[in-house]
Ligand binder design. Structure first.
Ligand code: PHE
Length: 452
């Protein structure tokens, strides 16, 4: 499907912005801060950054290069390079199927907050119980989830992503500017310094295998790695565009926004909730509980809140579109059906899976799988299990089957590969060994067999 008329991005900036549109989303603004808060603050940030410049760099380079080399999307790309390894493509294809529904649930929460702020509910949203009351209902979260998923589906169905991407190219810099303003404000709140310290100064006694696993899962998620998406993006990249510096820019962009989001949220947790382990360990609700409190104390906070949730909604939409687009094109190719039908199938499946996630916070709160609610379970399976597995096999595939040299050659079509040595070591030894160790210990831990 993708091959007829494979269009290319015009130049480097087009490629970087499109890939960043997929990468920057709820992962950066909603997921990163709550993980950082939960897993020890500074130590999480440090581990994340180290992983980003080693694992993240090597994997993203490998994925984009595989895409550009073959000119194919994930499943076909692996098949073309070595038939025996097309299973990596299939495994990776399951990931967006799992992520899209619960991503849309969170996207729905963002939509709800935007509308609440627009309709004068800013101070109600700053109350402690607001978020809990909202997600534990049945109808409302389903409504907002359906609206978010519906918008995503309409955009994918009508094929107007390009329009959305244009808007987001303009909105992304605004998001960065606004995030800086809010972060500076948060950091200057009385009592915020404790939080700034917690976030920026690594406390090595908080280091554990779980920290590394959480950071690694977050890295893959945030950079849209280990699910074939970057392979597809790479297949649209022109041969003369510098691959290495594109990867660097996407990483800086993505990590920069995540860093700022942490700075907006974590110090504020100390200001408003005293930075207790309980407040820091809030998980998925952290952003929704904390930020409205920050906005409430700001002059013009309602407007800032509106602008903020609107920008986050756009960032979330560009990501959900790229998730849905990927699933739709796989279903199209595999079932040999029309795009519209494939879109409807994906929509139906996402509604079912998404309903589990919303109801899991409400009437089905008692239902737990390995001790997790549905949403957290889907998140765990995709980020902490499937993505590391896909990443592991990708490393083995590149390191020992097609050999790093083939990727290096692809990168060097567009200039010197400066971090060639680093790439080699990470992809062949460091990443596969670490991923396996972490994966095994975390799965044992999840099933309570072995406590880390
Ligand atoms: N990277 C996106 C984010 O950080 C999420 C995403 C994952 C989007 C996979 C597309 C594909 O929000």
């Amino acid at each position: 499907m993708n091959n007829e008329n494979r269009s290319s991005f015009t130049g480097k900036i087009g490629f970087v912005l499109a890939a960043a549109g997929s990468a920057v989303g709820l992962g950066n603004i909603w997921r990163f801060p709550y993980l950082a808060a939960k897993y020890g603050g500074g130590i999480f940030l440090l581990v994340y950054i180290v992983l980003a410049i080693t694992f993240g760099f090597a994997l993203m380079t490998a994925e984009i290069a595989i895409g550009r080399k073959t000119g194919l999307s994930s499943i076909e790309a692996f098949k073309k390079l070595d038939k025996r390894f097309s299973f990596i493509g299939y495994l990776g294809a399951i990931v967006p199927v799992i992520i899209l529904p619960y991503y849309s649930v969170i996207g729905g929460w963002v939509t709800k907050y935007l509308v609440a702020f627009v309709s004068g509910g800013a101070s109600a949203a700053a109350q402690d119980a607001y978020f809990g009351n909202f997600i534990s209902q049945t109808g409302e979260p389903i409504l907002w989830f359906s609206i978010f998923l519906g918008i995503t589906a309409i955009i994918v169905l009508c094929g107007v992503e390009k329009g959305i991407e244009k808007v987001s190219k303009f909105m992304m810099p605004v998001l960065i500017a606004l995030s800086i303003v809010i972060a500076v404000y948060s950091v200057c709140l009385p009592g915020a310094m404790e939080g700034v310290k917690y976030y920026l100064m690594p406390d090595f006694s908080k280091f554990s295998v779980t920290t590394v696993l959480a950071a690694m899962g977050q890295l893959f998620y945030s950079m849209s790695l280990a699910m074939g998406i970057m392979i597809t993006y790479g297949s649209y990249m022109k041969k003369d565009v510098s691959l290495e510096s594109s990867v660097t820019q996407i990483e800086i962009f993505d990590t920069g926004i995540a860093f700022l989001a942490g700075l907006m949220i974590i110090p504020a947790v100390f200001v408003f909730s005293g930075g207790t382990p309980e407040a820091l360990g809030k998980g998925p609700s952290l952003m929704f509980v904390t930020l409205p409190k920050v906005f409430e104390t700001m002059a013009g906070g309602t407007y800032i809140g509106i602008a903020f949730f609107l920008l986050v909604l756009f960032a979330a939409l560009t990501s959900s579109i790229s998730l849905m687009e990927t699933v739709v094109s796989i279903v199209c190719d595999k079932l040999q059906i029309k795009r519209t039908l494939s879109c409807l199938i994906v929509l139906a499946l996402s509604v079912v899976l998404g309903l589990l996630s919303t109801l899991g916070y409400g009437i089905w709160a008692e239902v737990k799988i390995i001790g997790l609610q549905f949403l957290d379970f889907f998140d765990f399976i995709s980020n902490s299990v499937l993505m590391p597995i896909v990443a592991f096999f990708t490393c083995v595939f590149v390191g020992y089957v097609i050999k790093p040299q083939s990727i290096i050659e692809e990168v060097e079509l567009s200039g010197k590969f400066k971090r060639k040595a680093l790439f080699n070591v990470v992809i062949k030894y460091l990443a596969p060994v670490c991923i396996i160790l972490i994966l095994v210990s975390s799965v044992l831990d999840a099933f309570g067999i072995f406590k880390i």
